[in-house]
Design a protein around this ligand. Sequence first.
Ligand code: URP
Ligand code: ZN
Ligand code: ZN
Ligand code: ZN
Length: 464
Amino acid sequence: MDFDTVIHGARVVSSSGATNCDVGILDGRIAALGAGLNGVESIDAEGLIALPGGIDSHVHIAQPSGPGIEMADDFASATRAAACGGNTTVMPFCLPDDGQTLREAAAAYLAKAQGQCLTDVSFHLIVKSADPVTLGQDLPALIALGMTSFKVFMTYRGMRLTDAEILRVMDVAREHGALTMVHAENEDAIEFLREKAERSGRTQPVQHARTRPVPVEREATHRATTLAEVADVPVMIVHVSNGAALDEIQRARARGVRVLAETCPQYITLTADDLDRAGFEGAKWVCSPPPRDTQEQAAIWAGLEQGAFDVFSSDHCPFRFADTAGKDAPGARASFRNIPNGIPGVETRLPILFSEGVGKGRISLEAFAALTATNHARIYGLDRKGSIAIGKDADIVLWDPAMTRKVTQDDLHHGSDYTPWEGFDVTGWPVRTILRGRTVMLNGIPQGSPEGVHVARTKPQVMP
Ligand code: URP
Ligand code: ZN
Ligand code: ZN
Ligand code: ZN
C-alpha cells in the first residue's frame, strides 16, 4: 500500500516514548508507524526528531486592547509565525468588544480567522461579564459549539471579575463541562502600589514589575484555587511566574483540588531587570505577570523538572515597540500604567524550551512533547491532535536538534517589530512543520496557502 507521504529515518517522539520508525500519512492522518513504508511523497528525516506539532494553548491574536491600541498580529501573521516556530495549532481568545455579546464576539473571531490561518486554530472564550445572558445563554451555547474553555481575570480594569462572579462562572463550567482558566493577580493590591509609585514619580517601565510583586500573584493563586475548591470544579492557573504561586497550587492539589498549571518562556529566561533597560526600552518586556528574577526562574524550572506544570505556552500577545498603537501608546512614557501588556513569543516558545530544557538535560524529549503538545490536546479536548499515533491528525514538526541559532527579529515572522529574546542563543530549531499531512513550513519559509481550520473541541478530559 502507498501512503500519501512517508517520513523516513526520524526519531519519533511521543509523550510516552521515542523510537526510530517511518511515519505513513494518508488523507491527512497518521496511518502507520513502522519500517519500509512507501509514499507518493517521501521525506528524508535522517538525523531529525519528529515531534507532535506544537499546540500553543495561550495566544492573543487581533484582540481589542484599548482605544487606539492595536495588536501587531492578525490571524495570517500570527499563524505564519506559529508554523515557522513548529506549531500546528494555536488557541487564541475571543474577547468581546465593549457592547458586544460573547456570542457576537465568537462569530466575529471565527470570521477574522476564516481563510487566513496557516495552522489550525481553536478558540477559548474570555468571560469579562457575569451577566445573565452571558452565563445563562451564551456560554452554554458556545460550549456546545466546541469552545470548551474560558478565561477569567482577577486583574485589569474592565475585565476583572469579583470572587462572587468567578464562582458563578465556575458553576457554569461545572454544569456544562468546560475548563475555567484564571489569570491570578490581585488588582486592588496592584492599584494600591501603582498609585503610590505614580505619586512619588516612579513611572518608568520597570515599575510595572515592581507594582505586581510575587505576593499579588501568590494571594490570587490561593484565592483562585480556593474558589475552584468551593465550586468543586477543576481550574487551570495560567502563566505561573514564581515559586510561591506554584506552592499554592501544590497545596491545593494536596487538598484534592484538581488544579492544572501553565508556565511560559518568559518566566524561565527573562527577569524584571529587562524592564529596567535605559530610556523607554524596558516597555518591550512589559507583560503580566512580569518576569521575576533568577531565583524564581529556578523555582519554575524545578516545577517543570518535577512535572508540576501541565502545559508550557507562549502567552503570545504582540505589540509593536515603535508605534503609538503599541508600546508607545499615548501616556505610556508618562506612566507604565499606559503601556499595553504583552510580549510576542509564539515562534520562539519551542526552541527556547528545547534548548534550555532538553538541551541542558533538565527535561526529557517525552516531557517536551507532553508540555508543548500532548497535554494541551488532552486538557482542552483536541481529540485528534497532540501525538504521533495512528488515527491522529498528521500534525508533525521535524526538528534539527543540532542546529544553532541566535534568535533575531530579522528571522521571525510575527507582526511585532522586536523580539524580547534578541541575541538569545539556542540549539535546536524546527526545519519542517506538517499540518494534516501538508508541509506549511520548510527551512524557515512558510509554505502553501492558508488552509488552517477552526477545530471544535470535546469536553476537556480533566472534567469529571
Ligand atoms: O501581559 C500579558 N500577558 N498580556 C496578555 C493578556 C494576559 O493576561 O494573558
Ligand atoms: Zn523508511
Ligand atoms: Zn493573563
Ligand atoms: Zn495571555
